[in-house]
Design a binder for this molecule. Structure first.
Ligand code: PXG
Length: 457
């Protein structure tokens, strides 16, 4: 540690280049450049090692919902580490933080959920999903109900099972994914369609691609359907109103488990505790991660409905599944402190009634910019679709990298947002003030102008 403290600036960048392979990175491209080194953060701002202040419009990676600099979360971790830094929940053991967090999660979750299974990340939570739904049907004497249906362009994580559940073609092309028993249906991406149907007609059509697949496979072969309430990494795809009720009908009619991946939408991002609450659906399982700790320590898990838990408990037999860090005490203590902040400061209600509508209004106004083909935002989760022409609608050639050009202007001008192709996505911390929201909109508008100048040459 003492040795590392001596390093700063380009020295750190060199060490990074020499010793660190980054996640989701073109290693050759990064090797030819330098990484941006973030050294500290406070509130909604991060600071790089040159002291540049950047508004974090992504809450880290969709996770630092309570904002940076929360001493009570830090204190909770330190206290827990002094008391009991680690013990496992295997072999009929448990510890106070895992038990107290489990009870707290039950309180904030929809009524069908009374139990949680802990994991260390969203990907591990979704690996748990694959194993648990198959275990459930095995225990019910229907082992042939094996196939899990997911959606094109979904993101459910990066382990072999989670990446298979995901619907990202480039990920599947690396390493022969998906694994057998996972298939994909349409996503409800109206703006990405030819828009000949109304959004509601299109939403029904997308939902019915699930029913078509069930009929093709035979319902007695299908275990579950998994989806993000709003697709996040895929570009903040907000489904038309008709979509979720129809999916719920289809799952009910065919007896298929419904899984709402709440890794991004869980714990308030849409202005309700869970995306399932927002859309009025009744999932059987809800994987979560990220916002449960506001990213201060890694923690994931799956909320397990009584439908599933009752079978696991009644039928018995060991379920050979779990992780060393399932319910890590320090991570659970951090989650408790974080959820207490959300509750005490009414941050979820704040998204619904205050900062959500406020940012949404400014965001919507960006739609008058010539580069913006569509704006969408639910709660604090939004997207801007950059287009070459609005009428008739024309997209840019992907190779032009317009989204990346805009993203780079944004970061250089003090605002981090993500580019998903030519879609700019945002998910700021829940503590964003009105002034900071104005700053987000002002920088975005300026960078849209800069992007337009750059592409016009
Ligand atoms: N489900 C969903 C819906 C996610 O968004 C995961 C599962 C996996 O979680 P872990 O903790 O294993 O990463 C995610 C993660 C991006 C980006 O660039 C999104 C995620 C992760 C990393 C980058 O948008 N989402």
């Amino acid at each position: 540690m003492a040795a590392l403290e001596k390093h700063s600036g380009s020295d750190l960048q060199e060490l990074d280049k020499d010793h660190h392979l980054h996640p989701f990175t073109d290693h050759k491209a990064l090797h030819e450049k330098k990484s941006r080194i973030i050294t500290r953060a406070d509130g909604v701002y991060i600071y790089d090692e040159e002291g540049k202040k950047i508004l974090d419009g992504m809450s880290g990676l969709w996770c630092v919902n309570a904002g940076y600099g929360r001493d009570e979360i830090v204190d909770a971790a330190a206290e827990q580490m002094r008391e009991l830094p680690y013990y496992n929940n295997f072999f009929q053991c448990a510890h106070p933080p895992s038990i107290e967090l489990a009870a707290m999660l039950k309180e904030v979750s929809p009524p069908q959920f009374n139990r949680v299974f802990f994991a260390g990340s969203g990907s591990e939570s979704n690996d748990t999903i694959v194993r648990m739904v198959r275990r459930y049907w095995d225990l019910l004497g229907q082992p042939e109900r094996h196939t899990i249906i997911s959606r094109e362009n979904a993101y459910h994580g990066s382990t072999v099972a989670a990446a298979s559940l995901g619907g990202m073609k480039p990920m599947h092309q690396q390493g022969g994914l998906p694994i057998p028993g996972i298939v994909h249906v349409d996503q409800p991406y109206w703006f990405g369609s030819d828009r000949s149907l109304s959004p509601d007609e299109f939403g029904l059509l997308a939902a019915r691609s699930l029913e078509d697949k069930i009929n093709e496979l035979g319902a007695d072969k299908v275990a579950a359907f998994i989806a993000e309430p709003v697709q996040g990494a895929g570009g903040v795809i907000i489904p038309p109103d008709s979509y979720w009720p129809e999916v719920q009908r289809i799952c009910n009619e065919h007896g298929i488990l419904l899984i709402s991946d709440e890794v991004i939408t869980g714990f308030g991002r849409l202005g309700e505790w869970f995306g399932a609450d927002y859309f009025g659906i009744k999932p059987d399982l809800m994987p979560f991660a990220k916002g449960v700790t506001s990213g201060y320590l890694p923690l994931g898990g799956v909320m397990i409905s009584d439908r599933i838990a009752d079978v696991l408990i009644d039928k018995g037999g060991e379920f050979y599944h779990g992780y060393t860090y399932s319910g890590h005490p320090a991570a659970c203590a951090v989650a408790i402190a974080n959820l207490q902040i959300l509750q005490r400061e009414n941050l979820v209600e704040r998204i619904k009634n205050d900062i959500g509508p406020y940012l949404q209004e400014g965001w919507r106004e960006l739609g008058d910019h010539p580069l913006v083909g569509e704006t969408r935002m639910l709660g604090l989760m939004g997207a801007l679709e950059l287009v070459k022409s609005k009428e008739p609608l024309q997209r840019f050639d992907e190779k032009q990298g317009v989204g990346t050009i805009c993203r780079d202007f944004l970061v250089n001008n003090g605002l981090v947002m993500r580019a998903v192709g030519d879609t700019i996505v945002a998910a700021p911390p829940f503590v964003l003030s009105h002034k900071e929201a104005d700053e987000m909109i002002d920088i975005t508008r300026r960078c849209l102008d800069l992007t337009q100048e750059a592409i016009n040459g």
